[in-house]
Design a protein around this ligand. Structure first.
Ligand SMILES: Nc1ncnc2c1ncn2[C@@H]1O[C@H](COP(=O)(O)OP(=O)(O)OP(=O)(O)O)[C@@H](O)[C@H]1O
Length: 431
């Protein structure tokens, strides 16, 4: 073993007659002994008074922190094993030894904190709280805290997803692991990985899907469907019918400012999400995204590179002379067909709000002019214009963006003005 100041401190405590008798703490040792860097040994101090110290360790450093804790309290240790032995029992880790010595504050306060949070019965938030406690509170026994609150944290897996207790545990551990990973840690850092069993064949749900299925829906949005007026109700029913019957359809909601479009979107989002389905609310600008619950810009949500290697995915499309931004993915300009990947099977709905450069004049009396247009009203141009490599079977229809406001007068389509409607992928185009 390499000779370090610490190992030589142990050696002195075990072999040096005076040190044996003095039984000093590590931090006080330099007050009586001098470290000789050449010979890497301690010698008795003859002159010069010094104040002893010990290097700082942060609780986040784990075992290093607990070792420092033991060294600061146990006089005259002769080895690592000596430090870890409490009343005849030798513990496997410095942390366990520190707990046995009573040097660590009990995890009581963390337990109380979790107990208080359990009252709200929000498993997702509880998992986040548990991970925060793990990472920042230097728990003495993470396993104990996990076992105590496992059922509360896994409540949604058992009651909503109807998973068995063991699969729910694995799911919970996977979820905690990905939460910890976002904080730069993993289950392994907290001695929880032994609870994971490799034998269970259960696909972990990715974090994005978990986040989307755990969105909190406000009471107000849940109640809004009962307040919809006639036009809103027609749109609401037809859109939800397409979603829940898994039909691939596109819808275009149009109306002057203040006529209740956003109100309708919120009602639809609440209805889809309350069924534990995924509705992605995207817009092309932060401002437009911020008015939707859990809205995000399309380029952030779909990781669309705006200045990616020479190719600009976010293309501009004109609708009635107004500029729209196209969204690559399920809503795909035909020019990007070569780039289309298999749609993610976890996505039930793609919600796209197309932002226009100029707004129609605001209308004081709201909810007067919502128009609802079904994709089937559009003329689909010949499929011959699709590249031969594209899986034609996936294409339900093609709509020209310029046709949305004039669907009865289709002109010869310009390929870059078209969007593809993929089968099994209902989506909405909202303006
Ligand atoms: N059916 C309804 N019952 C009660 N209030 C409604 C209803 N529809 C809309 N509103 C209210 O009308 C106001 C304007 O609606 P909203 O913001 O949805 O309009 P918008 O068409 O999205 O407007 P803009 O185009 O300016 O964004 C909001 O305060 C909204 O809560």
């Amino acid at each position: 073993m390499a000779r370090t100041m610490l190992t030589q401190f142990f050696w002195m405590n075990a072999n040096h007659p005076k040190a044996k008798q003095q039984k000093l703490l590590y931090k006080n040792f330099p007050e009586e002994y001098v470290w000789d860097i050449q010979t890497r040994t301690w010698h008795e101090r003859k002159q010069q008074e010094v104040i002893g110290r010990i290097v700082i360790a942060n609780p986040k450093e784990g075992e290093r922190y607990y070792l420092r804790l033991l060294l600061s309290h146990i006089p005259g240790p002769t080895s690592y094993t000596y430090l870890r032995t409490v009343q005849g029992i030798t513990y496997n880790s410095d942390r366990e030894a520190a707990v046995a010595y009573g040097l660590l504050q009990a995890d009581d306060s963390n337990e109380k904190c979790m107990e208080e949070a359990c009252v709200y019965r929000m498993p997702m938030s509880l998992k986040q709280l548990f991970c925060t406690i793990l990472v920042y509170c230097a728990l003495a026994s993470p396993t104990e805290l996990f076992l105590k609150f496992e059922d509360d944290m896994a409540e949604d897996y058992v009651s909503v997803q109807k998973l068995t207790k063991e699969i729910a545990r694995q799911q919970l551990l996977q979820s905690l692991n990905s939460e910890l990973q976002s904080m730069g840690k993993s289950l392994h850092d907290f001695q929880l990985s032994h609870l994971l069993t490799a034998t269970i064949d259960h696909q972990p749900i990715c974090k994005e899907v978990q986040d989307e299925t755990n969105i909190c829906i406000s009471e107000e949005d849940l109640r809004s469907s009962a307040l919809l007026n006639t036009e809103q109700t027609i749109a609401y029913n037809q859109i939800l019918d397409a979603v829940f019957s898994n039909k691939s359809k596109s819808f275009f909601i149009d109306g002057p400012g203040g006529t209740g479009k956003t109100f309708l979107y919120r009602a639809i989002l609440a209805a889809v999400r309350s069924q534990r389905k995924i509705a992605l609310a995207t817009a092309s600008s932060d401002v437009a995204a911020s008015i939707l619950p859990n809205g995000q810009t399309a380029h952030l949500r779909f990781k669309i590179p705006i200045n990616g290697e020479g190719k600009l995915y976010l293309q501009e499309i004109k609708v009635d002379g107004l500029t729209l931004r196209s969204i690559k993915y399920n809503f795909t300009p035909i020019a990007d067909l070569g780039e289309v990947k298999d749609p993610d099977p976890n996505l039930d709905v793609l919600f796209a709000i197309l932002e226009v450069d100029t707004r129609k004049p605001a209308n004081d009396s709201y909810v007067t002019d919502i128009r609802f247009v079904d994709q089937s009203e559009y003329e689909a141009p010949a499929m011959a214009s699709l590249p031969s490599t594209f899986p034609i079977a996936n294409v339900e229809g093609i709509a020209r963006v310029t046709d949305f406001n004039a669907c009865h007068h289709p002109t010869i389509p310009n390929p870059t003005d078209m969007i593809l409607l993929l089968s099994g992928r209902p989506f909405y185009i909202l303006n």
